[in-house]
Design a protein around this ligand. Sequence first.
Ligand code: HEC
Ligand code: HEC
Length: 322
Amino acid sequence: MNDRPGRVLPGRTVSKSLETEMTAAFIRTAASLILLGAIAMPIVASAQGADAERVKRGEYIFRAADCYSCHTDTKNNGQPLAGGAAIKTPFGTFYPPNITPDTEFGIGLWSDQDFLRALRDGIAPDGSHYYPAFPYTSFTGMTNQDILDLKAYIFTLPAVSAEAPQHELPFYLRWRSVIGAWKMLNFKPGPMTPDPAKDAVWNRGRYLVEAIAHCGECHSPRTATGAIDRAKEMSGNPSGPDGKGIPNITPDPTGIGDWSESDLAFALKLGVMPDGDTFGSFMADVVEQGTAYLTDDDRTAIARYIRSLPPVRTEKEDKPKD
Ligand code: HEC
Ligand code: HEC
């Protein structure tokens, strides 16, 4: 059975992206230049250079967003991006699908538009809604360029022909139309705009934290309907993924008030906290698959933004030890 909404049937008339059209036009032009015996080589070389640049930028976003950890079943030695381990939530169990470029079980037949719509709007190629267990609620803030660079990178990875399991959900959540109502209440799509009152480092930090690295998807408490509780942003979540408690990372003494900016930047690089303890649980993956690969400047930007959040007081006992 393959009734996942992201399935694109072969031969579907995809509206080709402008880019595909341009590439096709370029290839036609290049081909005729070669036929004419003109020196087409330098043009071709620079086009490859531009693609390689995109893929490199896409890989960086891929790391910062840690698409890998959810979509790979690392505990069972699953292939990269071929489908992730079960995510248990109060609303049911979700299995992140195969997002390799496989044309049957992955996203190999997706157009640029399909990919943009999934990350920006949480909408599948068949028009149905994605569950917010896929954090498009954060990714929606990304720029078009970052989203499309990300796709360019993912499409260079090996295709894996394997089907991810179906979600296990209570009956009332099996209809994806229910998510439409949830989105009307809780979701505002669109790229993030910089705050002109703040400097470039802070704005970069906010973009990384809120749109890409989605720290708040784990670290913020949720409302009764499962939306991020913005008033208590980053103040921890007593029932995070798999029912684990996630610590408060606001600059309150009950959070990480005693960490300096460089303590936090360092922890995101090596996974070591100021008390010498190392991150465990999901946070170990966030660092190993994600923030460890970022530039020092980007880790500093993340730290500066997190340190600028309003402190929120919480009970201290949420801290899990695995
Ligand atoms: C917190 C875990 C998590 C993270 C992080 C995550 N995803 Fe997912 N993703 C999911 C889940 C769960 C679904 C299934 C949603 C559904 O069925 O409605 C999904 C679905 C998708 C789909 C739709 C695939 C299909 O066949 O319909 C795409 C594309 C996707 N994710 C790409 C990404 C990319 C790119 C990233 C990194 C920027 C990413 N995901 C990060 C959990 C995650
Ligand atoms: C997939 C869920 C998840 C995401 C995403 C996530 N974290 Fe965490 N984080 C955790 C968990 C779980 C812990 C507790 C780790 C432990 O017990 O060792 C934690 C711990 C921390 C701590 C230590 C707090 C303390 O007092 O011990 C900091 C700081 C932190 N995270 C910052 C971040 C930042 C910054 C981001 C975004 C770049 C982020 N986290 C994204 C799950 C997550």
